[in-house]
Design a protein around this ligand. Structure first.
Ligand code: TMP
Length: 213
């Protein structure tokens, strides 16, 4: 299947976004468990990755020794997403499963666009090709101080190729996310990720329940 149609704003599709060390993965898992306990079918997944091919692409993208051209980087993130959508996300949504993804298209705009400096119109064109009209219904942007996030990751011994970028790069990622959120205020909810894990989870559940009473 090469086209994905008719799922614009699919109500079961949620993404999490944010800078390094903001705690997305923990919050994806907590929200997934919360919704499962309420009786929903939920699939928690991630980008880059989410499929066997995607995981191989993830390794290529994140190995620190791979000196990669920015265009190669952009295309590999999109290649992983094309496979992820067609093999996992779209079929799950068609079965009425709630899909929660740890990163999606906004990561590409923030990292490859705002931080790496690639042309945003090229990024948008590629996104149309890869995702067609598939967009998350809701995106949680977990926000925190850049230095704090990077320190958290170092403590967790996470040092992949992107994490090794300069603090300035990661500040551009954060500013990029704010710009993206400003352009889509209905879809993107900014959550202060500075509190405890449970405090952040509570804010996420409250925001979700305001939309899904
Ligand atoms: P993760 O460690 O949060 O799973 O993300 C892997 C890295 O890939 C992270 O540094 C963000 C980066 N990334 C991009 O640069 N562009 C993208 O489109 C995606 C999905 C991730």
């Amino acid at each position: 299947m090469s086209t994905v149609k008719g799922l614009h704003g699919a109500r079961g599709f949620i993404s999490f976004e944010g800078i390094e060390g903001c705690g997305k993965t923990t919050q994806v898992n907590l929200l997934s468990d919360y919704l499962k306990a309420k009786g929903h079918n939920v699939l928690a997944t991630e980008e880059p990755g989410g499929t066997k091919i995607g995981l191989k692409i993830r390794t290529v993208l994140l190995e620190p020794e791979n000196h990669m051209d920015p265009l190669t980087e952009l295309l590999l993130y999109n290649a992983s997403r094309a496979q992820h959508i067609r093999e996992v996300i779209y079929p799950a949504l068609m079965q009425n499963t709630i899909v929660i993804t740890d990163r999606f298209m906004d990561s590409t705009s923030a990292y490859q666009g705002y931080a790496r400096g690639l042309d945003l119109s090229v990024i948008n064109t590629l996104n149309e090709l890869v995702a067609s009209d598939l967009k998350p219904f809701l995106t949680f942007l977990l926000d925190m101080d850049v230095e704090e996030g990077l320190t958290r990751n170092k403590k967790a011994q996470k040092t992949d190729r992107l994490e090794l970028e300069t603090v300035e790069f990661h500040k551009r990622v954060r500013d990029g996310y704010f710009q993206i959120a400003k352009e889509s205020p209905e879809r993107i909810k900014i959550i202060d990720a500075g509190g405890s894990v449970q405090e952040v989870h509570k804010k996420i559940v409250e925001a979700l329940e305001a939309l899904w009473p």
